[in-house]
Write a protein that binds this ligand. Sequence first.
Ligand code: HEM
Length: 310
Amino acid sequence: MTKLLNVQAVSASVPMVEKVVAEALDDVERRLAADGACDLATTIARDVPFRVMLRLLGLESAIDVDIDTLARWSDASLELFWGRPRGEREVALAREAAAFYSWLTDLVSQPAPEAGTLLGALGAHRLPDGEPLGVTQKAAVVYFMIIAGQMTTTQMLSTMYRRALREPGLWQRFAAEPATVAPWTEEVLRRDPPITTWRRVTGRPMTLSGVELPAGAPLLLMLSSTGSDTEVFENPEQLCPYRSNVRKHLSFGIGRHRCSGAELARMEADVVMRMTAARLPDLRLSDGTSPRMLALLSFRAPLQVLVERG
Ligand code: HEM
């Protein structure tokens, strides 16, 4: 399945992503014309990663729920697993997550879609004993695949829009020199990663920075602070797209479980930023917006990016 997310596969998906982004920008332009303002966090930054994930899964036209419902289910799942909901809130979130899971269970019980899609690859996968994956296993993979592929990318895009529109001259530069987007994306990922911490469990007894840990010890890795390590990044507080080790951050994790969607996320950031800047060079943040932030154990991003033209 990871073959469908490697550099070659991601390059081949650029035209599909450009089409999705163009449609999302039509929607942004319509809203700007009608209301004078638009929230990028709940429109293009949310919709593009969803539509891209659905197409990669092989579901683009086959689903019977809308993006708003999928987003509600995903948001609820994130808060349920990484927030601290209590009482009625916890029950309400669990109901949404269960509705999501149950919808996915029906979906993966149907005949697998064509080869070359993530769902097709899951259908074709064989376990070491030669058996195919069961419905529960397939539903679990797709559940976390949609959340991993959509929520994080939406958070990254919202953060990027806010930062790019705040920095004098940068937005116009993206329009004139699209090659500046990619290294700048790395710097935003380093300083403001969507995933700020990640849980791991030690596989064996070990000593970490002088602390002895037994096997099975739960760890919380502080991914966001690794971007401020002065032994790796000179002047880490400055966004400097020209640093030689610009991709050396740990925002996608490290090791055998490193993010399988890193190249896809990078490509989406590139296409979304360069196309938005080219189509809407006069975009600016609406005055006085101080966004509410998503602040869960492992996720941090603006929940609103209100913009207008002029
Ligand atoms: C800016 C966007 C993204 C960020 C910051 C991000 C970050 C991460 C991080 C920190 C991990 C844990 C790595 C570790 O345990 O070492 C991870 C795992 C994962 N990510 Fe992403 N991710 C992003 C986008 C995506 C996308 C677009 C997809 C899928 C299409 C995806 C799929 C996955 C999967 C499947 C895993 C689990 C890998 C494994 O356990 O082997 N991610 N991601």
